[in-house]
Design a binder for this molecule. Structure first.
Ligand code: KIV
Ligand code: ZN
Length: 518
């Protein structure tokens, strides 16, 4: 079996998803989980974008011990300097340099002739060599680059001593046959290509990112780049969990494997979804809530007789546990702690376990059956500790289908306990108006989603909101058996994060997007 290296760019290309803006603590949390998942390389960000980005990449670099941490740079000295600075303290640092090579990008974005692109790339690689023993070079928009020029660019990068040449389908334009052919052509025509690794980086604009990455692997790619849950610019990137499971499930066909710890996939997916606020669609391959659900009678009958009739992957493969009830109102702290370890929450402090146990007891009082999903939702509601500027003390809602809903809110703030009542177009609107009045924060509700954690009328409601205030956006999550309470908790959580972000060093999308491209 050939080893396929996994290059995770959830923290860089994934963070370029519209509306996503991870803070340093969130980036480190995800990076440590990626390390557990066993990815080989973590692209932690684009340090030249802002001092905040640089600091976040540095925090990841210092935290991760068992994966190479990388930073992205355009082919300019100041970007390379920023990556060098950001990766100080990394166990295994490496740089990722790119320049666009396609005719469209050369003409309209770079305003460079082919020769200038080659010279710029050469200069950048030589400059980076002063700092880094491992360099990955990307020919941005390689998919739409003339094949003979792409061979020329790759040959130059190989001659200059890079370790990896990455072939991005930047705009998701390729189909598997074409994309595979690029790798075959490079393998056959570039002198010295056997001394470097070839990498595939695909986007999903036409829904072919995973298929294209697999076609690249079949044609000699040694590394696949992508993100968890396939998040990323526009339609996103190759979903790494899809590639890993395709290779594992069809090892007979691909004869290639990643060394990922597949049992960490479900947990990694949940964490990325929670911290980015990007909800995983139910029908998403591998990690969607329905990926292992059998609905039709014929399918259920088949699965009951023999799982493999309709199941090509077992849920346990990606670390999903059976969700049958195991804990209840009378369960003690010891059983609860064992359960947490079983569910993968094995690094909680005593304080966190105690807080979680309190929440579990509250829930067990309100809900008859407490499932694994309930416990996970409770735990994930507050995995990142944000300073609590505001805390929900009490919520009273009055709803009558013939009258205007009202909400009375009591909040703990830094000035003490405050209380007010507001009306709204609906109960949630009334709650949010009351919270706005109490906090004095002017925010826009950019997104609101609600989902049920399990089945049944007493299921936990899991609310996710995104709030915006000027350039700063923050997401929050609230979980409760009552969806109005969950809505209020999510809003207050988002407000706390927003205040925290506002006070943090700047690394807003505006900073990132204002960086002029070469
Ligand atoms: O999609 C792309 O081309 C990129 C490069 C920076 C590698 O993300
Ligand atoms: Zn990309």
């Amino acid at each position: 079996m050939r080893k396929i290296y996994v290059f995770d760019t959830t923290l860089r290309d994934g963070e370029q998803s519209p509306g996503v803006n991870l803070n340093t603590q969130e980036k480190v949390e995800i990076a440590l989980q990626l390390e557990k998942l066993g990815v080989d390389r973590i692209e932690a960000g684009f340090p030249a974008a802002s001092p905040g980005d640089l600091a976040a990449v540095n925090a990841v670099a210092r935290a991760v011990k068992n994966a190479s941490v990388m930073g992205l740079a355009r082919s300019v000295e100041k970007d390379i300097d920023a990556v060098f600075e950001a990766l100080k303290g990394a166990a295994d640092p490496a740089i990722h340099i790119f320049i666009a090579t396609s005719p469209i990008h050369r003409k309209h974005k770079l305003r460079m002739e082919k020769e200038q692109v080659l010279e710029t790339a050469q200069r950048a690689i030589r400059y980076a060599k002063k700092y880094f023993s491992r360099i990955e070079f990307s020919a941005e928009d390689a998919g739409r680059t003339e094949l003979d020029f792409l061979c020329e660019v790759t040959a130059l990068a190989v001659r200059e001593g890079v370790s990896v040449v990455n072939i991005p389908d930047t705009v998701g334009y390729m189909n598997p046959q074409e994309f595979g052919n690029i790798f075959k052509t490079l393998k056959e025509n570039v002198p010295g290509i056997e001394n470097i690794q070839l990498s595939a980086h695909c986007h999903d604009d036409l829904g072919m990112a995973t298929a294209n990455a697999l076609a690249a692997i079949l044609n000699g790619a040694d590394q696949v780049e992508g993100t968890i849950n396939g998040i990323g610019e526009r339609a996103g990137n190759t979903a790494l969990e899809e590639v890993a499971l395709a290779l594992a499930t069809r090892a007979d066909y691909f004869q290639a494997q990643t060394t990922l710890n597949l049992k960490e996939i479900a947990k990694t997916s949940r964490l990325v979804s929670k911290l980015t606020g990007m909800v995983v669609p139910g029908n998403k391959a591998i990690v969607g809530a329905n990926a292992f659900a059998h609905e039709s009678g014929i399918h259920q009958d088949g699965v009951l007789k023999e799982k493999t009739t309709y199941e090509i992957i077992s849920p346990e493969t990606i670390g999903l546990k059976d969700s049958k009830l195991v804990l209840g109102k009378h369960s003690g702290r010891h059983a609860f702690r064992e359960k947490l370890i079983d569910l993968g929450f094995d690094n909680l402090t005593e304080e966190q376990v105690n807080a979680a146990f309190g929440k579990f007891k509250d829930l067990a009082d309100r809900k008859k059956d407490v499932s694994n999903e309930d416990i996970i939702a409770l735990l994930e509601e507050k995995m990142i500790e944000t300073p609590e500027v505001f805390a929900l003390e009490q919520l009273v809602v009055s709803f009558d289908s013939h009258a205007t809903p009202t909400a009375r809110i009591r909040l703990k703030t830094q000035k003490g306990i405050v209380e007010t009542q507001s009306e709204g177009n609906g109960s949630v609107d009334a709650i949010y108006r009351a919270i706005d009045a109490l906090t004095g924060e002017e925010v826009v509700l950019d997104d609101y989603t609600i989902k049920s954690v399990t089945d049944g009328t007493d299921a936990l409601g899991d609310v996710h909101v995104v709030l915006k205030q000027g350039d700063v956006s923050a997401q929050g999550r609230g979980v409760s058996t009552d969806i109005l309470e969950a809505s209020a908790r999510a809003y207050v959580d988002a407000l706390n994060r927003l205040v925290d972000k506002r006070n943090a060093p700047p690394r807003s999308r505006r900073d990132r997007d204002n960086v002029t491209l070469v």
